[in-house]
Design a protein around this ligand. Structure first.
Ligand code: PLP
Length: 230
């Protein structure tokens, strides 16, 4: 089942890339593994998954004994509380959800102590839905600049969670907005900021995200099946 689902997702990615005139190599597949037991995640890695994303520090910790030895990169894609910063850095190479400066401050402080660096994405709320994290679009540029002043944070791009809408037009508008924000910021960005990554698109809508320039899609239920509600 897992193998079949993964093949199906890869086929959808390839098709969306052809339709958009893009090279499939430009689009990374991140498997969103919340609520998925570590053994199943390990199976996905054996089937070729190279990148997984968790949205809770607790789950990262619980699955770490199984996942740490595997050849697979881990990212943090959920809402990050400042008091979880020290812990999350044990497990991940990239945090997708920087949406306020105090998070950057806390990461910088801890990374100073560890003498390490981490990749980060600035999360933008493109849907105007209160339940979603992310900085409002009009504050994205300022936040990127402020985060970039932290020399242990490597700003790699932007992330957004698409709207719940079933209306394709609304979904496309949100993803197009993220890309536009990226293009605008990139023109005047500090030289240490390379906004190559656009983390956008999930199981139900990643074709739209790919059409709008996504370089990293985050897919959970299309591979692992539906989850219980959180
Ligand atoms: C769960 C999750 C996803 C994947 O959602 P699916 O609809 O299951 O593909 C993507 N991004 C984030 C931030 C998530 O928490």
């Amino acid at each position: 089942m897992l193998e079949h689902n993964l093949d199906e997702v890869r086929r959808r990615i390839a098709k969306a890339c052809v339709a958009a005139g893009r090279d499939p190599a430009e689009v990374r597949l991140l498997l969103a593994t919340k609520q998925v037991p570590a053994g199943r995640v390990a199976e996905a890695v054996r089937l070729g998954a190279t990148l997984i994303g968790e949205n809770r520090v607790q789950e990262l910790a619980a699955k770490d004994p199984v996942l740490a030895p595997l050849d697979c990169e881990r990212h943090f894609i959920g809402r990050l509380q400042t008091n979880k910063v020290n812990q999350v850095l044990r497990y991940v190479t990239c945090v997708h959800s920087i949406d306020r400066i105090d998070l950057a401050d806390r990461l910088q402080r801890r990374l100073d102590t560890l003498d390490q660096a981490v990749d980060v994405l600035v999360q933008v709320n493109t849907s105007n839905e209160q339940s979603k994290g992310g900085v409002p679009p009009e504050r994205a540029e300022t936040l990127v600049r402020d985060v970039a002043r932290h020399d242990r944070l490597r700003v790699k791009g932007l992330m957004t969670i698409g709207p719940l809408a079933h209306d394709a037009g609304q979904v496309r508008t949100a993803y197009r907005m993220l890309r536009q924000i990226r293009d605008d910021i990139a023109e005047t960005a500090p030289s240490n900021v390379h906004l190559d990554v656009l983390s956008m698109g999930m199981s139900g809508d990643f074709e739209h995200a790919i059409a709008e320039g996504s370089t990293l899609i985050r897919v959970g239920s299309a591979v692992f099946g539906s989850r219980r509600r959180e």
